[in-house]
Design a protein around this ligand. Structure first.
Ligand code: GLN
Length: 175
């Protein structure tokens, strides 16, 4: 989509970024690495600076202020409560076509891999997508975006564009 991407491995690399995507993976492992690499405060400072930050799956778990069964603190900046592995084991992973608020062009094919759900939305947090039973799987507030699923696993770039629009807005506001 014409943007420069940098893989962040050291806290100092956060300085030059306009935005951050925290990908999926295994949230307890990522939380452990955040702590052992001295990333926790720099990530909190990055988020507090208002720069757009998007957590997908494990990334969403790390952004949440409250998590069911995470054995150490994540970044804890977005006022949502998240339940890990809410659909069961890896074999219970699934795909679903979701209507996403703010995303034109029809439903979005969402890939859920041992995904969490968003159980509580704090004040001002907007649900962007729900499953048929009403379970929230994407939400947004201010500079934060959280998705239970993995938009990078399909060729549909609309969610990335949605995030980039947030980045453009934040960058303009900062000038
Ligand atoms: N189940 C993982 C966890 O709880 C998240 C899976 C993923 O990021 N796809 O950390």
């Amino acid at each position: 989509l014409g943007h420069e991407v940098l893989e962040v491995r050291k806290p100092a690399q956060l300085d030059g970024l306009d935005a951050l995507i925290i990908p999926g993976g295994e949230s307890t492992t990522i939380a452990r690495l955040i702590i052992s690499n001295g990333f926790q405060q720099p990530l909190r400072d990055f988020c507090a600076s208002g720069r757009p930050t998007w957590g997908t799956c494990a990334g969403a778990i790390l952004l949440a202020k409250e998590v069911d069964r995470l054995d150490r603190p994540g970044i804890e900046v977005m006022d949502i409560s998240v339940k890990r592995n809410a659909f069961g084991r890896q074999v219970d992973s699934f795909e679903a076509d979701l209507a996403i608020k703010g995303l034109p062009g029809g439903t979005f094919h969402a890939v859920f891999i041992r995904a969490p759900i968003i159980e509580r939305l704090g004040d001002g947090v907007i649900p962007l997508a729900t499953l048929e039973d009403g379970t929230v799987v994407a939400a947004e507030r201010d500079n934060y975006l959280a998705t239970s699923f993995h938009p990078e696993l399909t060729h549909d770039t609309r969610f990335h564009q949605y995030f980039l629009a947030k980045v453009a807005q934040a960058t303009t506001a900062a000038v």
